[in-house]
Write a protein that binds this ligand. Structure first.
Ligand SMILES: [Zn+2]
Length: 285
Protein backbone atom coordinates (compact mmCIF):
# COMPACT_ATOMS: atom_id res chain seq x y z
CA UNK A 1 0.00 0.00 0.00
CA UNK A 2 3.04 2.26 0.26
CA UNK A 3 2.95 3.23 -3.40
CA UNK A 4 -0.71 4.09 -3.15
CA UNK A 5 -0.12 6.27 -0.13
CA UNK A 6 2.74 8.06 -1.84
CA UNK A 7 0.59 8.68 -4.92
CA UNK A 8 -2.17 10.06 -2.76
CA UNK A 9 0.19 12.39 -0.91
CA UNK A 10 1.67 13.66 -4.20
CA UNK A 11 -1.77 14.21 -5.64
CA UNK A 12 -2.81 16.08 -2.52
CA UNK A 13 0.20 18.38 -2.71
CA UNK A 14 -0.58 19.03 -6.35
CA UNK A 15 -4.25 19.66 -5.78
CA UNK A 16 -3.49 22.24 -3.08
CA UNK A 17 -1.60 24.30 -5.65
CA UNK A 18 -4.02 23.85 -8.52
CA UNK A 19 -7.29 24.00 -6.71
CA UNK A 20 -8.04 27.36 -5.09
CA UNK A 21 -11.68 26.33 -4.70
CA UNK A 22 -12.92 26.63 -1.14
CA UNK A 23 -16.23 24.80 -1.52
CA UNK A 24 -14.79 21.44 -2.56
CA UNK A 25 -12.26 19.71 -0.35
CA UNK A 26 -9.70 17.67 -2.20
CA UNK A 27 -8.06 14.64 -0.69
CA UNK A 28 -5.62 13.01 -3.03
CA UNK A 29 -7.25 10.90 -5.69
CA UNK A 30 -10.67 11.31 -4.14
CA UNK A 31 -12.98 14.25 -3.81
CA UNK A 32 -15.92 14.65 -1.50
CA UNK A 33 -19.11 16.18 -2.81
CA UNK A 34 -20.18 18.87 -0.34
CA UNK A 35 -23.74 18.52 -1.54
CA UNK A 36 -24.44 14.76 -1.15
CA UNK A 37 -21.28 13.72 0.78
CA UNK A 38 -20.42 11.11 -1.85
CA UNK A 39 -16.73 10.27 -2.14
CA UNK A 40 -15.92 10.52 -5.83
CA UNK A 41 -12.90 9.14 -7.66
CA UNK A 42 -11.36 12.21 -9.32
CA UNK A 43 -10.88 10.42 -12.64
CA UNK A 44 -14.68 10.04 -12.84
CA UNK A 45 -15.04 13.82 -12.68
CA UNK A 46 -13.13 14.17 -15.96
CA UNK A 47 -15.88 12.35 -17.86
CA UNK A 48 -18.66 14.30 -16.12
CA UNK A 49 -16.85 17.67 -16.56
CA UNK A 50 -16.66 18.23 -12.82
CA UNK A 51 -20.29 17.40 -12.07
CA UNK A 52 -21.07 15.03 -9.17
CA UNK A 53 -22.12 11.70 -10.75
CA UNK A 54 -24.46 10.99 -7.84
CA UNK A 55 -26.38 14.21 -7.14
CA UNK A 56 -25.49 16.40 -10.14
CA UNK A 57 -23.88 19.18 -8.10
CA UNK A 58 -21.84 21.40 -10.42
CA UNK A 59 -18.32 21.95 -9.08
CA UNK A 60 -16.30 24.88 -10.36
CA UNK A 61 -14.55 24.60 -13.70
CA UNK A 62 -11.35 26.41 -14.66
CA UNK A 63 -11.23 28.55 -17.80
CA UNK A 64 -9.27 26.11 -19.98
CA UNK A 65 -11.58 23.19 -19.19
CA UNK A 66 -14.54 25.46 -19.89
CA UNK A 67 -13.25 26.52 -23.29
CA UNK A 68 -12.33 22.93 -24.19
CA UNK A 69 -15.89 21.93 -23.34
CA UNK A 70 -17.51 24.60 -25.54
CA UNK A 71 -15.30 24.75 -28.63
CA UNK A 72 -15.43 22.04 -31.31
CA UNK A 73 -12.77 19.38 -30.64
CA UNK A 74 -11.68 21.50 -27.66
CA UNK A 75 -9.65 23.68 -30.06
CA UNK A 76 -9.46 27.45 -29.84
CA UNK A 77 -7.14 30.40 -30.48
CA UNK A 78 -6.28 32.52 -27.46
CA UNK A 79 -6.56 36.30 -27.99
CA UNK A 80 -4.92 39.28 -26.26
CA UNK A 81 -2.85 36.96 -24.09
CA UNK A 82 -0.08 39.58 -23.91
CA UNK A 83 -2.09 42.02 -21.75
CA UNK A 84 -0.82 42.43 -18.16
CA UNK A 85 -1.93 44.53 -15.22
CA UNK A 86 0.29 47.54 -14.54
CA UNK A 87 -0.62 47.70 -10.79
CA UNK A 88 -1.82 51.32 -11.17
CA UNK A 89 -2.24 51.92 -7.42
CA UNK A 90 0.95 50.21 -6.24
CA UNK A 91 -1.47 48.27 -4.04
CA UNK A 92 -0.28 46.37 -0.97
CA UNK A 93 -2.49 44.32 1.38
CA UNK A 94 -0.89 41.39 3.18
CA UNK A 95 1.44 41.25 0.21
CA UNK A 96 2.10 43.54 -2.76
CA UNK A 97 -0.37 43.11 -5.64
CA UNK A 98 2.56 42.66 -8.06
CA UNK A 99 3.76 39.64 -6.05
CA UNK A 100 0.24 38.28 -5.76
CA UNK A 101 -0.11 38.39 -9.54
CA UNK A 102 3.19 36.56 -10.06
CA UNK A 103 2.21 33.88 -7.52
CA UNK A 104 -1.22 33.42 -9.14
CA UNK A 105 0.28 33.25 -12.61
CA UNK A 106 2.65 30.53 -11.45
CA UNK A 107 -0.07 28.56 -9.63
CA UNK A 108 -2.67 28.67 -12.42
CA UNK A 109 -0.54 29.01 -15.56
CA UNK A 110 -2.79 31.92 -16.54
CA UNK A 111 -1.87 35.58 -17.10
CA UNK A 112 -5.09 36.89 -15.52
CA UNK A 113 -8.54 35.73 -14.44
CA UNK A 114 -10.00 35.42 -17.95
CA UNK A 115 -9.09 33.74 -21.23
CA UNK A 116 -10.40 35.33 -24.40
CA UNK A 117 -10.64 32.87 -27.25
CA UNK A 118 -12.07 32.34 -30.70
CA UNK A 119 -12.94 29.19 -32.56
CA UNK A 120 -15.88 27.13 -33.75
CA UNK A 121 -18.97 25.99 -31.86
CA UNK A 122 -21.03 23.44 -33.82
CA UNK A 123 -19.18 24.72 -36.89
CA UNK A 124 -20.11 28.38 -36.27
CA UNK A 125 -17.47 31.07 -35.65
CA UNK A 126 -17.78 32.39 -32.11
CA UNK A 127 -15.79 34.42 -29.57
CA UNK A 128 -15.84 33.00 -26.06
CA UNK A 129 -14.40 34.63 -22.93
CA UNK A 130 -14.14 32.39 -19.87
CA UNK A 131 -13.33 33.58 -16.35
CA UNK A 132 -11.24 31.46 -14.00
CA UNK A 133 -12.44 31.46 -10.37
CA UNK A 134 -9.01 30.30 -9.14
CA UNK A 135 -7.24 33.50 -10.18
CA UNK A 136 -7.79 36.05 -7.35
CA UNK A 137 -11.41 34.86 -7.12
CA UNK A 138 -12.01 35.45 -10.82
CA UNK A 139 -11.99 39.16 -10.02
CA UNK A 140 -12.34 41.73 -12.80
CA UNK A 141 -9.50 44.21 -13.21
CA UNK A 142 -8.10 46.11 -16.18
CA UNK A 143 -6.89 43.00 -18.04
CA UNK A 144 -10.20 41.14 -17.87
CA UNK A 145 -12.10 44.30 -18.80
CA UNK A 146 -9.87 45.04 -21.77
CA UNK A 147 -9.91 41.43 -23.03
CA UNK A 148 -13.70 41.31 -22.95
CA UNK A 149 -14.02 44.74 -24.58
CA UNK A 150 -11.65 43.78 -27.39
CA UNK A 151 -13.52 40.51 -27.91
CA UNK A 152 -16.79 42.46 -28.20
CA UNK A 153 -15.18 44.87 -30.67
CA UNK A 154 -13.96 41.92 -32.77
CA UNK A 155 -17.46 40.50 -32.65
CA UNK A 156 -18.86 43.77 -34.00
CA UNK A 157 -16.19 44.11 -36.71
CA UNK A 158 -16.52 40.51 -37.89
CA UNK A 159 -20.23 39.96 -37.14
CA UNK A 160 -19.40 36.98 -34.90
CA UNK A 161 -21.53 36.16 -31.83
CA UNK A 162 -19.95 36.32 -28.39
CA UNK A 163 -20.34 34.21 -25.26
CA UNK A 164 -18.96 35.27 -21.87
CA UNK A 165 -18.80 32.64 -19.12
CA UNK A 166 -18.71 34.40 -15.76
CA UNK A 167 -17.23 33.01 -12.53
CA UNK A 168 -16.23 35.96 -10.44
CA UNK A 169 -16.29 37.56 -7.00
CA UNK A 170 -16.68 40.95 -8.71
CA UNK A 171 -14.39 43.91 -9.30
CA UNK A 172 -10.75 43.51 -8.25
CA UNK A 173 -10.15 45.76 -5.27
CA UNK A 174 -6.38 45.86 -5.87
CA UNK A 175 -7.01 48.00 -8.96
CA UNK A 176 -9.63 50.21 -7.28
CA UNK A 177 -11.57 52.56 -9.54
CA UNK A 178 -9.82 51.16 -12.63
CA UNK A 179 -11.68 47.90 -11.98
CA UNK A 180 -15.00 49.70 -11.58
CA UNK A 181 -14.47 51.52 -14.88
CA UNK A 182 -14.39 48.15 -16.67
CA UNK A 183 -18.10 47.76 -15.87
CA UNK A 184 -18.97 50.94 -17.81
CA UNK A 185 -16.47 50.24 -20.58
CA UNK A 186 -17.81 46.73 -21.24
CA UNK A 187 -21.43 47.86 -20.94
CA UNK A 188 -20.83 50.60 -23.53
CA UNK A 189 -19.20 48.07 -25.88
CA UNK A 190 -22.17 45.73 -25.39
CA UNK A 191 -24.50 48.56 -26.39
CA UNK A 192 -22.61 48.97 -29.66
CA UNK A 193 -22.80 45.19 -30.12
CA UNK A 194 -26.54 45.40 -29.63
CA UNK A 195 -26.83 48.22 -32.17
CA UNK A 196 -24.87 46.08 -34.63
CA UNK A 197 -27.39 43.30 -33.91
CA UNK A 198 -24.75 40.74 -33.03
CA UNK A 199 -25.89 38.23 -30.36
CA UNK A 200 -24.34 38.04 -26.90
CA UNK A 201 -24.99 35.08 -24.61
CA UNK A 202 -24.08 35.43 -20.95
CA UNK A 203 -23.41 32.20 -19.05
CA UNK A 204 -23.44 32.62 -15.27
CA UNK A 205 -21.62 29.98 -13.23
CA UNK A 206 -20.78 29.58 -9.56
CA UNK A 207 -20.08 32.23 -8.31
CA UNK A 208 -21.18 35.30 -10.27
CA UNK A 209 -21.31 38.25 -7.91
CA UNK A 210 -20.50 41.94 -7.42
CA UNK A 211 -19.56 44.18 -10.33
CA UNK A 212 -19.65 41.34 -12.87
CA UNK A 213 -23.31 40.63 -12.06
CA UNK A 214 -23.97 44.37 -11.99
CA UNK A 215 -22.70 44.77 -15.55
CA UNK A 216 -21.90 42.27 -18.29
CA UNK A 217 -23.32 39.09 -16.74
CA UNK A 218 -26.88 40.45 -16.75
CA UNK A 219 -26.69 42.19 -20.14
CA UNK A 220 -26.91 39.18 -22.45
CA UNK A 221 -29.52 38.76 -25.15
CA UNK A 222 -29.83 35.52 -23.25
CA UNK A 223 -28.73 35.13 -19.62
CA UNK A 224 -28.37 31.46 -18.73
CA UNK A 225 -26.90 29.84 -15.64
CA UNK A 226 -25.57 26.50 -14.47
CA UNK A 227 -27.60 24.66 -11.81
CA UNK A 228 -27.08 25.75 -8.22
CA UNK A 229 -24.79 28.68 -9.05
CA UNK A 230 -24.52 31.52 -6.53
CA UNK A 231 -25.56 34.66 -8.40
CA UNK A 232 -26.03 38.04 -6.79
CA UNK A 233 -24.59 41.47 -6.11
CA UNK A 234 -23.98 41.70 -2.36
CA UNK A 235 -23.71 38.55 -0.24
CA UNK A 236 -26.73 37.21 1.69
CA UNK A 237 -25.33 38.16 5.12
CA UNK A 238 -24.86 41.80 4.10
CA UNK A 239 -28.42 41.93 2.74
CA UNK A 240 -29.90 40.31 5.87
CA UNK A 241 -28.11 42.80 8.09
CA UNK A 242 -29.26 45.72 5.95
CA UNK A 243 -32.94 44.85 5.55
CA UNK A 244 -33.15 43.07 8.96
CA UNK A 245 -35.11 40.19 7.48
CA UNK A 246 -34.46 36.50 6.99
CA UNK A 247 -33.89 35.68 3.33
CA UNK A 248 -36.00 32.98 1.62
CA UNK A 249 -34.71 29.45 0.97
CA UNK A 250 -32.54 29.15 -2.15
CA UNK A 251 -32.05 32.92 -2.37
CA UNK A 252 -29.41 33.95 -4.95
CA UNK A 253 -29.24 30.49 -6.54
CA UNK A 254 -29.90 30.01 -10.29
CA UNK A 255 -33.20 28.17 -9.85
CA UNK A 256 -34.57 30.91 -7.56
CA UNK A 257 -33.52 33.62 -10.03
CA UNK A 258 -35.18 31.91 -13.00
CA UNK A 259 -38.39 31.57 -10.99
CA UNK A 260 -38.31 35.29 -10.21
CA UNK A 261 -37.59 36.42 -13.76
CA UNK A 262 -33.93 37.39 -13.34
CA UNK A 263 -32.56 34.72 -15.68
CA UNK A 264 -33.78 33.05 -18.87
CA UNK A 265 -32.85 29.45 -18.13
CA UNK A 266 -30.88 27.01 -16.00
CA UNK A 267 -28.82 24.76 -18.26
CA UNK A 268 -26.84 21.73 -17.03
CA UNK A 269 -23.16 21.75 -17.99
CA UNK A 270 -23.48 18.68 -20.22
CA UNK A 271 -26.14 20.45 -22.34
CA UNK A 272 -24.55 23.91 -22.35
CA UNK A 273 -22.80 23.63 -25.71
CA UNK A 274 -25.83 22.36 -27.66
CA UNK A 275 -28.06 24.89 -25.88
CA UNK A 276 -25.81 27.77 -26.99
CA UNK A 277 -25.64 26.36 -30.52
CA UNK A 278 -29.43 26.18 -30.66
CA UNK A 279 -29.82 29.71 -29.31
CA UNK A 280 -27.40 31.09 -31.91
CA UNK A 281 -29.28 29.22 -34.62
CA UNK A 282 -32.44 30.93 -33.36
CA UNK A 283 -30.82 34.40 -33.27
CA UNK A 284 -28.90 34.25 -36.55
CA UNK A 285 -30.37 31.38 -38.55
ZN1 LIG B 1 -23.03 14.97 -4.99
Amino acid sequence: MAWFKREAVNAEKKSKVEDGDKTVKTEGLWQKCESCREIIWKKDLETTHNVCPRCGAHFRLDARARLALLFDDGKYEEMDGDLRSSDPLGFVDNKPYKERLIAMQAATNLTDALISARGLLHGRKVNICAMDPRFIGGSMGSVMGERITRAIERSIAENVPIVVVSASGGARMQEGAISLMQMAKISAALMRLDEARVPYISVLTDPTTGGVTASLAMLGDLNIAEPGALIGFAGPRVIEQTIRQKLPEGFQRSEFLVKHGMLDAVVPRAEMKSYIAQALQFFIG
